[in-house]
Ligand binder design. Sequence first.
Ligand SMILES: [Zn+2]
Length: 138
Amino acid sequence: MICEICGKRKATRTISIEGAKVEVCNHCSGSIETEIKKEQKPKTYTLYRPVNNIKNILEEYMKSNSISLKDLSNRTKISEIDIKAIIDGRLIDKEKIRRLEKITGKTLIEKITIVDTPDQHKADDKIKLEEFIDGERS
Ligand SMILES: [Zn+2]
């Protein structure tokens, strides 16, 4: 395994950079750790994710307007398969969910701001971040 930072020396250890495992050589691991320690300023992530009750909102909307999934699909130009997947939480597509927001007049996407300091990184943070639609780092 070659060091992933310099690409020259042999990697001797695995370190964690922002939750990602990186194979590095002795030389690079030293300089990276120093840099991470210097950078103590918390990072802010702005993330978007579907609201918890998106399923209820969409089912309720169809019920109260007496429309079928097919009707909703026609009105939003989103395929029935995709709507089903959004309802079940299997599809996270911000642009499509926005269209559903428009037609239902309900908030279906919530914005979350996470303040993250390097010290607080845990392994499961990474998994959680992937659940979000997209992230904008600022
Ligand atoms: Zn190296």
